[in-house]
Design a protein around this ligand. Structure first.
Ligand SMILES: [Zn+2]
Length: 156
């Protein structure tokens, strides 16, 4: 999924927790930001595996969206990485459960959204300058729904 969805999903869940007086705006922002920055591992994988344009953010983006020359997901996207992060979050929860929950919302929602992506979804593809863009119909609907939910939360 794209960065805006990785932000909106945990942020919207966090705003619900704000409405229930369990969370602060700072923690909601943290959850959203964590949801996005999990994909920074794509850049690390680009540096480690790319034959050309190793440090190019544009090449990293285009490889993730269009070319798929190598797997950009590092160990934190599944398997042993998820187990290690779960252990760290459990330990952190004893120190500060709210921060641990914000990190967990960002991290697990990211994994959920990545793995929820269907292989044969219809997608809009276009170019924004030299960047390839791709967005599935389902993701657009999800983004619109999340924004509507956020607007409702802000109004009540
Ligand atoms: Zn991801």
């Amino acid at each position: 999924m794209d960065p805006q969805t990785h932000f909106l999903f945990p942020f919207t869940l966090s705003v619900l927790l704000i409405k229930l007086h369990l969370f602060s705006w700072q923690l909601a922002l943290l959850a959203g930001i964590i949801g996005v920055i999990i994909d920074l591992d794509h850049y690390a994988e680009q540096i480690a595996h790319a034959k050309t344009n190793r440090f190019s953010l544009k090449a990293t983006w285009n490889n993730a969206v269009r070319f798929h020359r190598f797997n950009q997901r590092s160990f934190i996207h599944d398997g042993i990485g998820a187990i290690l992060i779960t252990i760290v979050l459990c330990i952190l929860a004893f120190l500060t459960w709210q921060v641990a929950l914000a990190l967990a919302l960002g991290y697990y929602s990211h994994l959920l959204l990545d793995y929820a992506r269907l292989k044969h979804e219809k997608e809009f593809c276009w170019r924004l300058g030299s960047l390839y863009m791709k967005e599935s119909h389902l993701e657009i609907i999800l983004d619109i729904l999340l924004v509507i939910i956020l607007v409702i939360f802000f109004l009540i």
